[in-house]
Design a protein around this ligand. Sequence first.
Ligand code: MF3
Ligand code: CO
Ligand code: CO
Length: 251
Amino acid sequence: MIIIKNQTQIKGIRKSSQLAAQVLKYLATFVKPGISTQALNDIAHKYIIEHNAIPAPLNYNGFPKSICTSINNVVCHGIPSEKKILKEGDIINLDVTTILDGYYGDTSKTYPVGKISEIAKRLIAVTEKSLELSIKSLKPGKTLNECVGQVIEPLVKSENFSIVRELGGHGVGVNFHEDPFVYHFDTKKNNVDLKPGMIFTIEPMINASTDPRVTIDGQDGWTIRTFDGSLSAQFEHTILITPTGSEILTI
Ligand code: MF3
Ligand code: CO
Ligand code: CO
């Protein structure tokens, strides 16, 4: 069931989303060679708590940390660790979800660590552009598939990159993961009519090869990696459908 949010909920989700965006912006200033992903986790955790909010990932279905930190071939759900130290040339996705006054905001970006390869630069640019173009196309009266899968797929294919299929965006706000599931590739399964008051994430995960397959870590049960070891990037916003288009809440 897709929840159409009322004005009270929209205000609350907007506030939480703005905080999540602020956390991400602050956290990004610490992305440098030599810092551990545990240190990034602790900086985000402290900042979120100090702003009277809760980091949604912590203990969510047993997830052990407060943010997700996904380096290079890690697609998403990377677990912060003292042992993972950023090095020049890495790319890292930081995914922040806050709960403020009971409302959720969810956003992520992929950052370069120092100087990165040309393919890594192109991957980050294409992934961010795919999210931007998709958001610009959102409008009541259109379907989710027209605005997400049908916008993202041609762009990604033209770059000889691929779209991860097993994970997607999601309704968000009152709960962490609500209906609908948002596919980032063209599929009839995303035949959802957009209506004002819908709030969901778009969060394409793009691999820097033509192989979209992923694996899940057998040890920790969380870390998702590209099957072929290629780089993967992701950008995510929480978005409200308005009467005339959309509003990015995580800004
Ligand atoms: N923030 C992720 C998303 O965009 C979900 C992370 S779930 C966690 O949906 F448990 F790994 F934190
Ligand atoms: Co999300
Ligand atoms: Co997220």
